[in-house]
Design a protein around this ligand. Structure first.
Ligand SMILES: NC(=O)c1ccc[n+]([C@@H]2O[C@H](COP(=O)([O-])OP(=O)(O)OC[C@H]3O[C@@H](n4cnc5c(N)ncnc54)[C@H](O)[C@@H]3O)[C@@H](O)[C@H]2O)c1
Length: 369
């Protein structure tokens, strides 16, 4: 029996390489022991990229393996539900990428399965871990901004208009920018401001994406590349969100542009993804000023990550694994959990219904009934 948390990665693609494997590497309580992906060439490649581990093309092997304690599911959205249910049934703790499911019902099913089996569950809502986001949260919860009134989020990417693969079909992705990008911002808005009561949303699609990067024809995109909502929080505060993946001139080395802020009765505070170790803060009658994020907010408590090492907009993502492993070791809930994943999904689903119906939608995000 290992004294480390033995982790299996399911889905050996981009996000596992960018976030999760580096996160496992810096946490000496954790060990990568298995990798699963149906792409055999990639699976082979990961043995040299990530080091020798067990490898399999079948997630059922990981779910049934008694020598794996926890899994990270980083596969296309439509596979999250069956893979999570199998791994939970096998007694594994699970971190799953967002969107948790293809809709609220799937996400709720995943939450209830994990709850009933008493395994740790976590949704990979990355931006909650940005130092500036953590500090803005502190400013809101400590009352430094007064009573929160407005939330605002803009997330713009300038991505090529070639095929997005599985990401451009409803059956495999659910939705486009809304489920890929805006759902993170729905989650952190709820974390900052409290539950969202009702929303009015709209989506649009500009890029048909009928060619692959190597010039082959493919079926046109069925999903949005622009998403937006206005919403009212239960507290009486209001919010406005806009996201786009075809925002020309916002490439910025792939990081794009991101701004999120809270305006309270006494002051405002803003987070920017491209400057995550600083915030902008202003009190009534002042102008927003840059301030460094205080040291205690640069990493989550206990994280071994050196906040001065690496690209700031990248490296905070490694703290997700630290939170998952801490929850397992300390036998407590991981944050954000599958319940948070499901609640964000309820709001994202409501954006689609609102757009379809041309109406405001009240949010029903009860995950426990
Ligand atoms: N949290 C974040 O900031 C963030 C960032 C990027 C992607 N994501 C999410 O992560 C997930 C994966 O995205 P990605 O960019 O890594 O995609 P990707 O296409 O690069 O990788 C997905 C991998 O999953 C594999 N796969 C497909 N079906 C599988 C199965 N049944 N079992 C095991 N592996 C399977 C594919 O072969 C591929 O290698 C998506 O849900 C996406 O929304 C989250």
């Amino acid at each position: 029996m290992s004294d480390k948390v033995r982790i299996g990665i399911i889905g050996a693609g981009a996000v596992s390489d960018y976030h999760h494997v580096p996160g496992i590497r810096i946490d000496d309580r954790a060990e990568l022991v298995a990798v699963c992906d149906p792409n055999e060439e990639l699976l082979q490649q990961r043995q040299s990229d990530w080091g020798e581990t067990k490898s399999t093309t079948e997630y059922a092997d990981i779910a049934a393996d008694p020598d794996i304690d926890a899994v990270i599911i980083a596969t296309p959205n439509f596979t999250h539900l069956p893979i999570a249910l199998a791994c939970i049934e096998g007694g594994k703790h699970v971190m799953c990428e967002k969107p948790l499911g293809l809709n609220f019902a799937e996400s709720k099913q995943m939450y209830q399965a994990a709850r009933d089996k008493n395994v740790r569950h976590m949704t990979a809502f990355t931006y909650r871990f940005a130092p500036s986001m953590r500090y803005v949260r502190h400013l809101v919860s400590s009352g430094a901004l007064g009573t929160p009134r407005h939330f605002r989020s803009q997330r713009f990417l300038d991505l090529p208009e070639t095929s997005w693969g599985w990401r451009q079909y409803k059956a495999t992705a659910g939705a486009g920018d809304l489920f890929d990008m805006t759902i993170h911002r729905i989650d952190f808005a709820k974390d900052l401001m409290g539950p969202i009561e009702s929303v009015c949303g709209a989506i649009a699609q500009y890029a048909p994406r009928t060619k692959t990067v190597d010039g082959k024809d493919c079926e046109p995109s069925e999903v949005d590349d622009w998403s937006s909502l206005i919403g009212r929080f239960q507290s009486g505060a209001v919010g406005v969100w806009e996201g786009s993946t075809v925002m020309k001139g916002y490439h910025n080395d792939g990081f794009g542009y991101e701004w999120a802020e809270v305006n309270g009765s006494e002051g405002s505070a803003a987070y920017q993804l491209t400057d995550p170790n600083n915030v902008l803060v202003g009190k009534a009658g002042e102008s927003l000023q840059h301030q460094p994020v205080p040291d205690e907010f640069l990493v989550i408590p206990g994280s071994p990550r050196d906040p001065k090492a690496g690209v700031p907009s990248t490296v905070f993502r490694y703290d997700l694994v630290y939170e998952l492993v801490s929850a397992i070791v300390e036998e407590r809930d991981a944050v954000p959990g599958f319940d948070d994943g499901a609640m964000a999904q309820a709001v994202a689903d409501a954006v689609l219904v609102s757009y379809e119906n041309k109406s405001w939608i009240d949010i029903d995000a009860n995950v426990d009934d």
